[in-house]
Design a protein around this ligand. Structure first.
Ligand SMILES: [Mg+2]
Length: 251
């Protein structure tokens, strides 16, 4: 395997810090399954449909607004609520009603997560029901002690600081003993500033629903200062956990 295709592009974490980890926090979409599965594309398309209908906009106009809100408000939903006064429930039900069949359970990831000592949590900008559906389909949901959806943070999304505080308080998370896994670069800034270990899960696929500067595909240019708050970069979460954590914890 060439260096360019190596699954782990950065690992700055010490064994001591990893051994001290008591809270394992995972984003859901494009983190617990690979962005290469292109699953999130369905949700992305449904968001455009909903916005087009809700605001009576042509497809391209709805699409542009969807992405503009994603950049400005953290999620398209937050922009729709703040600017257009939209009720979130109908939107969430609509966009999360997707075909799960393309997502395949990853036995290596399940084995690795099930062996993590301490508290295992999901933190998603999607709804709590979405977390249960998707993680359940991936045969991972039963491994987690709790999940936190957009409604739990008062519909304020990552990367805004406030919901991270609500999350930590709800689950008694001590940031100095926590690790945060995410595919979104900017969503790891607050966890880093709080003292958590940050792991960026990348995909070598070119496709992403996020703007390029938020979620650079494949982390091709990791010397960029935009990555300074990232401790670990891997394109294979199950493999990293297996290789890095297992020997350390002697299981
Ligand atoms: Mg994600």
């Amino acid at each position: 395997m060439t260096q360019a295709n190596a699954p782990h592009k950065r690992d700055r974490v010490t064994d001591t810090r990893l051994s001290d980890t008591a809270h394992w926090i995972f984003d859901l979409d494009n983190t617990l399954y690979s962005a290469g599965a292109n699953f999130f594309a369905q949700i992305d398309v449904k968001m455009t449909e909903f916005i087009s209908r809700y605001l009576s906009l042509q497809h391209d106009e709805a699409r542009r607004l969807q992405k503009q809100y994603l950049v400005e408000y953290g999620t398209s939903l937050s922009g729709l609520m703040a600017v257009n006064g939209m009720d979130p429930a109908e939107f969430l039900d609509y966009v999360h009603d997707v075909d799960l069949s393309m997502l395949k359970p990853n036995p290596q990831l399940r084995a690795a997560i099930s062996a993590l000592p301490g508290q295992r949590l999901i933190y998603t900008n999607g709804s709590k029901g979405h977390a249960k559906n998707v993680a359940g389909h991936l045969e991972l949901f039963d491994l987690f002690h709790g999940s936190f959806g957009i409604e739990d943070g008062g519909y304020i999304p990552k990367p805004k600081p406030k919901p991270y505080g609500i999350f930590n308080q709800q689950f008694g998370v001590k940031p100095q003993q926590a690790i945060f896994f995410e595919d979104n670069l900017r969503n790891l800034k607050v966890p880093h500033d709080q003292g958590m270990i940050t792991v960026l899960v990348t995909s070598d696929e070119d496709w992403s629903h996020e703007p390029e500067d938020v979620r650079p595909s494949g982390a091709a240019n990791i010397t960029d200062p935009a990555y300074d708050h990232i401790d670990v970069i891997t394109s294979d979460l199950g493999l990293w956990l297996t290789e890095r954590i297992r020997p350390l914890l002697n299981y």
